[in-house]
Design a protein around this ligand. Structure first.
Ligand code: HEC
Length: 710
């Protein structure tokens, strides 16, 4: 990268060689740190620059992300890394944009506001510069963070450690409703993922796949950065692959932009038409395009004819362009369009009826109106409202990444990616307002664009960021192979890779279970002609067939072998000074350790049930329980809430080493090998937990599950 980072509008500085990070990392890893001193350091601009770029009051009014919930997002190790190596991962939406103006001047900063006509960048000095889009000669994003490296050089390792402790203490209070929704039970038996396409060679960051209608065994796979393929799989498993069209070099690469979705015309076998959605960039302007293309006469591949551009929608930034387009049961094309950023939707795109951003759009590709390349369906809800774009079918979306129609009920399901806290899936009907940015999921978010009398439709289900951070909408299952899942909506979280199934009635959640963990980041689901489902693995480049036939959505049956503090007072032996070797063994003599009820920690730790105060750095715990009989291969799980690093032993064998912390009680399965250490008669649990900053808590119980149903 040729640009050096400067502040917005000001010449770039020489990069300073980074001082040795190792002593800081090592010190902070070993010491808990003093959060109060860290706080003082953070807010004293004569000692650190942190407060110049970060707020901790939720306002996010500076160039860097607001850090008021950073202790929820990162554990200690990640905090250390994010301060010592700012560019190792760059927080989504906070990349450094570099604009070269026509005069040759360079402006670098984080995009704060953006319209079709201008961009506003905030530099490291907190000053903003507004650049007219017409004045941009080139536009790029740095692979380096605006946050400078080497800031630790100005402090001692002890101060650095205190600063990390302060970051770790910045946690948000949990909302009861969210904590409950975050607890999703595991199904008795889950999915198996069978590699279907892309086993060899892999696809390069595939984002979308679907069978070609009326071309048995032929699939189209789109790759994020412009590759697209017609792929087939023979009975033998052998794969064939040939390019559909090559849009590399045409689509804009990076962030949430790229080649994102495709839809076949409902009459594709006759008219051979299909539609693509992708972003381009010309002279600093990013646009989302929806284009129509055709297959050749034999339906073997793309015709090579020029695209017909249906829509070209100016985007304000590289974020949230919405991925999907789908034909509805009414034959119209539905397009999920994101707010296009920047973060938090400061211009209120989602609620602005004069813009196509943050909406579900509906157009008629068959009967164009005068002067438009498409038609506006008669029944579009805002067709005759002054000031409203007639293409709008529903509003109030942030990043409706994947949308789908239920084949039976014709409901439109939308998975809308959230801002900082909540992900949501819901059913959307004509003319509805789904809330962004007045609401994020079920939570009020901002009053800036709230309108008196407006009705904001809540999602069917939303989950907090402890369960995942980017929802991937899926499909209502209407296949034949898994009758137990008939009518369940199956979806996933892209990052946590958890796959869930839910049922609803009148858009109220009825049941939800976790049915698997995707082998790779779950970027999209697909459905074949028989209604069977597939999952696109973004990182590993594989399209998986979901074998849903064995899924039993009943929550697992289990017995409590050793309860947690949630059930009542449970006696534990504990010590807060380091015990001698062998403390975890069943025969260790712990009779000198005091006997008190769990859990252990400090008040104020989210979802903690504190019965014994523990405020020092380390604690060691032991308790025993008896088991009448054990099966051949018991299925065991810890039910544990740890804040922070914990080691859990069963009968002297280490069964889990859990870094960081949980926001509430989590269920963690033991390996089958570890589970075999369970014995008839007396068993001993031993735990070590280490605190480094913020809330602190430890409690654990042991659960045994009925063997998965056959
Ligand atoms: C010049 C502005 C600037 C300064 C000074 C600065 N930061 Fe940052 N910081 C940023 C930006 C921009 C990001 C987002 C990009 C990234 O992830 O690196 C960020 C990211 C972070 C993150 C990760 C946030 C996330 O959600 O992933 C942490 C933690 C953080 N900074 C802590 C600090 C601390 C502690 C200091 C003081 C020692 C500091 N920053 C000083 C600009 C700054």
């Amino acid at each position: 990268m040729v640009f050096a980072i400067g502040v917005a509008g000001v010449a770039a500085q020489e990069p300073v060689p980074p001082p040795d990070k190792a002593p800081y990392a090592a010190f902070a890893a070993r010491h808990g740190g003093d959060a109060a001193n860290g706080r003082a350091l953070f807010s004293d601009l004569t000692r650190t620059a942190c407060g110049q770029c970060h707020t901790v009051d939720g306002s996010g009014s500076k160039a860097g992300p607001d850090l008021s919930g950073i202790g929820d997002k990162f554990g200690r190790a990640d905090l250390i890394k994010s301060v010592l190596e700012p560019s190792f991962t760059i927080a989504v939406g906070y990349g450094t944009t570099v604009l070269k103006r026509k005069s040759g001047a360079v402006v670098a900063g984080v995009i704060r506001q953006a319209t079709a006509d201008w961009l506003e960048l905030m530099g490291a000095d907190g000053l903003t510069v507004r650049v007219p889009v017409d004045d941009i000669a080139t536009r790029g994003e740095l692979e380096r963070s605006l946050m400078p490296e080497g800031q630790q050089a100005a402090m001692s390792p002890a101060d650095f450690s205190d600063l990390i402790a302060y970051m770790g203490s910045l946690k948000r209070p949990p909302e009861a409703s969210l904590a409950m929704q975050g607890e999703i039970p595991a199904a008795t038996a889950g999915i198996s993922f069978e590699p279907f396409l892309g086993r060899d060679p892999k696809f390069l960051n595939p984002v979308w796949a679907e069978p070609v209608p009326s071309r048995e065994g032929r699939w189209i796979v789109l790759e994020h950065f412009g590759g697209s393929w017609i792929a087939g799989r023979a009975e033998s498993g052998a794969e064939t692959r040939k390019p559909l069209i090559d849009l590399r070099g045409v689509v804009r690469k990076g962030g949430a932009t790229g080649l994102l979705g495709l839809a076949f015309h409902p009459d594709f076998p006759n008219n051979r038409r299909y539609y693509l959605k992708y972003q381009t960039e010309e002279r600093g302007r990013i646009s989302t395009l929806v284009v129509e293309r055709r297959f050749d006469a034999e339906l073997q591949g793309d015709s090579g004819q020029e695209s017909r551009v249906l829509l070209k929608i100016p985007s304000s930034s590289q974020d949230h362009n919405g991925g999907s387009l789908e034909f509805g049961p009414d034959g119209f094309l539905y397009i999920g369009m994101g707010d296009t950023g920047p973060q938090r939707d400061p211009q209120g795109h989602g609620q602005d009826m004069g813009l196509l951003l943050g909406k579900i759009l509906r157009i008629d590709v068959d009967y164009p109106d005068d002067a438009l390349p498409y038609g506006i369906p008669e029944s579009n809800p805002f067709r005759s409202r002054t000031g409203a774009r007639p293409e709008i079918w529903a509003l109030g979306f942030r990043e409706p990444w994947r949308i789908s129609f239920d084949r039976l009920t014709k409901d439109l399901w939308v998975g809308d990616v959230g801002q900082d806290r909540i992900e949501e899936v819901g059913i959307v009907r004509t003319g509805e307002n789904h809330g962004w940015n007045v609401f994020e999921g079920i939570n009020p978010y901002s009053d800036q664009y709230r309108r008196e009398g407006a009705v904001y439709v809540p999602p069917v289900f939303s989950y907090p960021h402890s369960a995942g951070v980017s929802v991937t909408g899926g499909f209502v299952y209407r296949g034949k192979k898994a009758p137990a899942l008939e009518g369940w909506y199956i979806f996933a979280d892209y990052e946590s890779r958890r796959v869930w199934a839910l049922t609803q009635q009148d858009r109220k959640l009825q049941r939800i279970v976790e049915i698997g963990r995707a082998p790779s980041r779950a970027v999209s689901f697909c459905q074949d002609g028989q209604g069977e489902l597939y999952l696109v693995g973004y990182d590993d480049g594989v399209i998986y067939h979901l074998d849903l036939g064995k899924v039993n959505p009943a929550p697992q049956r289990m017995t409590v072998l050793s309860p947690t503090a949630e059930q009542g007072p449970v006696p534990w032996r504990s010590t807060q000074s380091e015990p001698h070797e062998g403390w975890q063994r069943p025969d260790f003599d712990d009779s000198a350790w005091p006997l008190t009820p769990g859990g252990f920690g400090t008040p104020g730790t989210p979802a903690a049930v504190i019965r014994t105060r523990w405020a020092t750095q380390d604690i060691w715990l032991r308790r025993e329980f008896t088991v009448a009989e054990t099966g051949e291969a018991p299925v065991l799980a810890w039910r544990v809430h740890h804040d922070e690093d914990a080691e859990l032993y069963l009968n002297g064998i280490e069964t889990a080493r859990l870094p960081r912390w949980t926001q509430g009680y989590a269920t963690i399965k033991l390996s089958s090998e570890a589970a075999r250490t369970l014995k008839e008669g007396r068993n001993v649990i031993a735990i070590h937990c280490r605190q480094s900053g913020g809330g602190q808590y430890i409690d654990a119980g042991l659960l045994e599950y009925a063997a998965p149903a056959p």
